[in-house]
Design a protein around this ligand. Sequence first.
Ligand SMILES: C[S@@+](CC[C@H](N)C(=O)[O-])C[C@H]1O[C@@H](n2cnc3c(N)ncnc32)[C@H](O)[C@@H]1O
Length: 264
Amino acid sequence: MIEEDSGEPKSRRRSLPQDYDGDDVGDVGVIIKGQVYPYIEKNPLDSISLTGFLLGGTVGLSIGLLPHSFFKNFNIYLVAVSVFHFLEFYTTAKYNPGKVTSDSFLFNNGKAYTFSFVFAVSEALLESIFFDWKTRFSSWYHTTAAIIGLMLMLLGQYIRTSAMITAGRSFSHQVKTSQNPDHVLITTGIYAQLRHPSYFGYFWWALGTQLWLMNPVSFALFAYVLWKFFHSRINYEERYLNSFFGEEYTKYTQNVGVGIPFIS
Ligand SMILES: C[S@@+](CC[C@H](N)C(=O)[O-])C[C@H]1O[C@@H](n2cnc3c(N)ncnc32)[C@H](O)[C@@H]1O
């Protein structure tokens, strides 16, 4: 591939592998004058701008209505969920533009995801109407659960976003079953501390949201469903990572853990 002068400041360009010789990067991106751009057909600007507007609107309304809300944790939860979906798209667009599509908002995440979200919201709202322990922080253990939940949400989001930034073009929302030319093994930054930091981040963020909402039933449901999901996902993903990177990946798995209980 020939790097032509795009006229862009060098700091804004992303360098490509020296031996890479193609017009597309990853799945959908295109290279124009040496720079990776998102594939326009997979990024309809009308729906992306509308999604951004709706996410921003949800954040604004949730914060604006805080003084009138009888269950303020719920407003903050909506902010956290909106920020999560925004960051999924934004981080992919900025650090992995060859793979960004309108699906990068991660709304189409399967029936289990939608069901869990609706279940958690229903539990939060129903219990907040019928039980005052939820809205009045009436005991130390409710307060403690909510504070731990908030800390897990912040930590989980930070680690997930850091993972997406660190992995860059090696990150993809779908598990790769064949190796792209720009897919390299990442073992530095947050990947030096955790083997699957984006899964670690999401696992603890999601459990944190249920502690923050003081949702006992959803917390148990999320713990079970997420653990099962990530257990089989990691097994599946690592089969391919082993075939892409061989010995190098085996060594990495021996030195770096996952950080999700009972998953080694
Ligand atoms: C949704 S990303 C999740 C990445 C990683 N499991 C994590 O939790 O941060 C899935 C893609 O990342 C790739 N991947 C996972 N770990 C990787 C690593 N250490 N280096 C490079 N690619 C990796 C997999 O091949 C897969 O296609």
